[in-house]
Design a protein around this ligand. Structure first.
Ligand code: DX5
Ligand code: ZN
Length: 226
């Protein structure tokens, strides 16, 4: 396993929306791998973030893939729009999708990576029969809807359980952790088996966001374990 293969995805939800281009350029210049784009509908989650016109504006300046996290009911309605506005990864919520297998196929049909997000209370075992169809699982380590919340430690166990569930069936599965990620928990998340760390407020409220991304990217669990 190569060192530091993990990905860092700053969540634009925590950016300064009045200076969005500036913040997008910051992520471009940093060692971040993806832009994490949180789309909320005020129904599935008790908040509304921004919609596709804003995502499109981000895509015009972004030099890295857009990882889109749809916190909306019946996401099938917006998959094509999502693709048309620059998404490379599309993640839907298990709890908001009636025919998950069909939705995942539709995302792949668009040429995007297909992901499913699980709320903190949702068991990873529910993915047993679609595990081979997934490119990514986003484990919510806070209840979705808001940035800046406290990390839920049960996430460590969920990562390990999911890795076991995927072993031998989908060894390329990306496990993404979303919510409350900081340097206080990042190494332990990676040791448990996480591949992608989303970080919103920790990056965007930092005095030096570029350096903060570098710190997250430079965490080397291999040398620590050696
Ligand atoms: C929460 C969003 C997260 C959020 C993370 O519903 O899905 O992506 O932006 O923000 P922090 O890192 O501040 O917890
Ligand atoms: Zn998110």
């Amino acid at each position: 396993m190569s060192v530091n293969k993990h990905l860092i995805a700053p969540s634009v939800l925590a950016a300064d929306f009045a200076n969005l281009q500036r913040d997008v350029e910051m992520v471009n210049q940093s060692q971040a791998d993806w832009f994490h784009i949180d789309i909320m509908d005020g129904v599935f989650v008790p908040n509304i973030s921004f919609g596709f016109p804003v995502m499109n504006a981000i895509a015009k300046h972004a030099k890295k893939p857009l990882d889109v996290h749809l916190m909306i009911v019946d996401p099938d309605r917006y998959l094509q729009t999502c693709k048309d506005n620059g998404a490379e990864v599309i993640t839907v919520h298990y709890e908001a999708t009636t025919h998950l297998h069909r939705t995942l196929a539709a995302i792949k049909e668009l040429g995007c990576k297909a992901g499913v997000a699980l709320n903190p209370h949702t068991s990873v075992q529910l993915l047993k029969d679609v595990i081979q169809d997934l490119d990514l699982v986003c484990l919510m380590s806070v209840n979705p809807g808001f940035g800046g919340q406290k990390f839920i430690p049960q996430t460590y166990n969920k990562i390990k359980e999911l890795r076991q569930l995927a072993a031998g069936v989908n060894d390329n599965l990306l496990i993404e952790i979303d919510g409350g990620v900081t340097t206080a928990n990042a190494a332990q998340l990676l040791e448990a088996g996480a591949d992608v760390l989303v970080a919103g407020s920790f990056v965007f409220t930092a005095t030096d966001p570029i350096e903060t991304v570098r710190t997250l990217k430079d965490i080397d669990i291999n040398s620590k374990q050696a």
